[in-house]
Design a protein around this ligand. Structure first.
Ligand code: HEC
Length: 145
């Protein structure tokens, strides 16, 4: 009897150790799994949208700051135009949908027109911001879930 007692004690601490080890291994495995999932997902579509969102925001800021020369808006419109080339590349599944390509084409046409005749005052720049946002919303309404 007296020989069994110490053995029971050390078993309890062994279980505690194994339990804690299990927790640590589980946590590490979870982090590794989440990283693997994150790396496998394609960040490109979100990145295209984030960059466009940033430049629409910056374009809007030129109006708010009353800086509405063509040289203020054109760099943002150019970037939007360049990113808009990647809409189909970013969403290859949607690119087969005619409505998606129509939204994308109309957006590009709008930006082409803005580059051909850039706004020269804040009223024009504000209109351009609104018009760009309408294009974003039109496509999102149909395709963003
Ligand atoms: C031709 C279609 C189309 C146009 C035009 C478009 N978007 Fe998107 N956008 C999408 C789709 C599709 C998603 C959904 C992506 C997803 O969740 O997988 C999206 C998602 C987004 C997101 C969320 C991105 C993220 O990180 O999840 C932002 C921000 C965004 N768009 C901004 C814009 C802005 C700003 C414009 C206009 C300048 C714009 N989009 C124009 C199709 C479009």
């Amino acid at each position: 009897m007296s020989a069994e007692l110490p053995a029971k004690k050390s078993n309890a601490s062994r279980y505690l150790f194994l339990f804690l080890l299990g927790l640590v291994v589980g946590a590490v495995a979870t982090v590794m799994a989440m990283r693997a999932i994150d790396q496998r997902s394609d960040h490109f579509p979100h990145s295209v949208m984030q960059v466009m969102g940033k430049h629409v925001g910056l374009l809007q800021r030129t109006v708010q700051q009353n800086r509405c020369a063509a040289t203020d808006s054109v760099p943002h419109v150019r970037t939007l135009r360049a990113m808009s080339n990647d809409l189909e590349l970013a969403f290859p599944d949607l690119a087969e949908d005619q409505r998606f390509t129509e939204h994308a084409s109309q957006f590009r046409a709008k930006l082409d027109a803005a580059l051909a005749a850039p706004p020269t005052d804040c009223a024009g720049a504000a209109k351009l911001v609104e018009s760009a946002k309408e294009s974003c919303q039109a496509c999102h309404q149909d395709f963003r879930h």
